[in-house]
Structure formats: structure tokens, C-alpha cells
Design a protein around this ligand. Sequence first.
Ligand code: F0G
Length: 371
Amino acid sequence: MRMSQVLRQLQSEQSSAGRRPSLMERFESFLPITPTTPALGLGEGFTPLVHARTLGPAMGVPLLYLKVEGQSPTGSFKDRGMVMAVAKALEAGAKAVMCASTGNTSASAAAYGAAAGLEVVVVLPRGRIAAGKLLQAQAAGARVVAIDGSFDDALRVVRELTDRPDPRRAVTLVNSVNPYRVEGQKTAAFEVCEDLGGAPDYLAIPVGNAGNITAYWRGFRQYRDAGFVDTSPRMLGFQAAGAAPLVIGEAVDEPETIASAIRIGRPASAEGAIAARDESHGRIDSVTDEEILAAYRDLARHEGIFCEPASAASVAGIRKLAAAGDIDPGTTIVAVLTGTGLKDPDTGASLASSPVDADPSVDGVRAALGW
Ligand code: F0G
């Protein structure tokens, strides 16, 4: 086909397709949107579902798919929920939003708050936030408060601050205990069903504060109840070993580890996660740092997907269950990769080999490569 023909064809396709919808527009009928909800969007949602062509077969589950949420505006799945939470905060007349975070929620709140013209305050456990995430909040102009404590401590503080609002400050809490966050995040389940042409047999997901597993399960149920799909998946949640076993919820105060984004002592949405597990006949398990790191490396090296360490907990968990013979090889599995690897350059560097030095010439590069 000649170039001019290609352009003509593209032009006609585009004019018939029209403008791409925003996430809130696309799933409006499933979301708590009213005529007074402000339209807000940074291009969230519509993330790819990628077949793990190498890793799936190697793990004994050839129908393994990856939901690549790192391709969101701020690089994590939080954006789906944040757009709803911030839009609803605006609608309610808020002047500021606030959250506790292990990094991704704060990066997302900072970006959406900036776009909405709101003041943003993020409370973070000092020294435990991946460099890229902290930078995102700072770049967007959020007020960053670091506490000497854990994520659980930070969440307790922001909950108390927003539970007893100061009438001079209209502050909305945008952690996933904000119901609009879960509403927005459930749209990922809709996309998975649409891309697969039905629900998968299993949905594997990292679990931290347990908002996202709660959201996915709600989304799958709603699509099934609406008659868009016939089935719903078994939900498989994977916590980082060292985080508290979900059902018990003992506070942990572990030193820094690679999956600190999901190392949470008292998951705020534990009930939602337990319901997801029980209603779907699923399972909640844990994976070690070593298992997470291996999955993180293999995803980058064999699938070309550089996710953040905590995200790889989903694939690490599937690998563990498949190795134990707990998953039928013929089943369709979607593993959610919640954030991009670029957020955490320090962990990335631990996997990287140093560049090879060479003279600036063909011979120099050849020599360096040993060609
Ligand atoms: N994956 C990543 C990369 C995360 O940052 C988080 C949570 C999760 C998974 C778990 O999701 O909490 O809904 O179960 N991060 C929160 C934050 C706690 O503050 O950014 P969850």
C-alpha cells in the first residue's frame, strides 16, 4: 500500500471512530457519575492485556495474560480510582485531598489533585518510598509529610485528620477507604473481560491494603450480573511475605524490602479481600522476596515488561501455585501488574549489569562486544 493510501484509510477510520472516550465516559453506567460530576481525566484506563508467550508456557500455564497497569498516566493502577475520587471530591466542594501512601497512591493523588487545582497533602513513611514515586509527588507540587513510622501509622493519622474535619479546610481522604477509589478501580475487571471476550478462570493480584482485589471482584461480579459475561474468575491474592497474614492483620514493622509497596500490617479493606476470596472460591497466599524478585526479572527479560517489584507478586504467586500443581494448565489466568518498574530505579539497578565502555568508533564498539 502506498503512503497516501495508508493515510487516507487512517483518516476515514478515525473520522468514523470519533474521539476516544475517557475512562469515566466509557464506563459511566457502572460508575457513580451525576450531571454535576466534573469531567476529569489524564488518559487513565485502557491498559493492555498482554499474552505471556514465554513465561506462561515455562510456568506450565500457557494461557497466562498480563494486565499492564504500569501504562497508566502516573504509572500505576491507582489512577483509575483516583480520577473518580478526585472528581467526586471536586463535586463535593473539597479544596484539598489527602492520603497516606507507600508511594503510588501519593503519586496519583498529586497528579490528579494538580490537574483539578486542589491542594494535595501526602503522608509517607520516611525512607520507605521508592525514589520515582516520591519524585512524582514532589514534581506535582504536593505537600509531602514524612513520618517516622509505617504505612499503617500514616493511614491512621490521615483517617483521624479527615474524620474530624476542620471546617476551615475541606479535605477529602483519597485512600482506597474512599468508596470512589474502589468504584474507579473496578473498571480494570471490565477491560479484562472485554479483551478476553469473557472472564478469565483466575485473576491473580498483589494485595497490600486490599482495595484493588476488592475492586476487581466487584467489577467481575457486576459484569456478570449485567449479563456481559457468563462467569467470574477465582480471585488469587498474593501478599508479600512479612506483611501480616491478611485475615489476622497483625501490624508489622519490617525493615525495607523490595516489595515495600505492599508490605502492610492492617489492610484497610481486609473484609473485601476475604469476601473476594470466599465468594469466588479463590485463595490468598504469600510470596517471598526471592520469588517476587525472580518474577520481576523474568517479566522484564522474557516478556519485555518492566513492572515494579510489588507488581510481580501476582506472577510469583501463579508460578508458586502452578509448581505445586494447584492450577490446571488449561485455565485462562490474568495476572495484574500494578505499576511500572521505572518507579523504583534502585531495585532495578540491582538486576542491571554495568554498561561496557568503548571508544567512540566501530572498532571500539566491536571490541567491547567481542564481535
Ligand atoms: N501494587 C502496587 C504497586 C501498589 O503500590 C499497591 C498498593 C498494591 C499493589 C496493592 O494494592 O493496596 O489495593 O491492595 N499501594 C498503596 C499505596 C498502599 O499507597 O500506593 P491494594
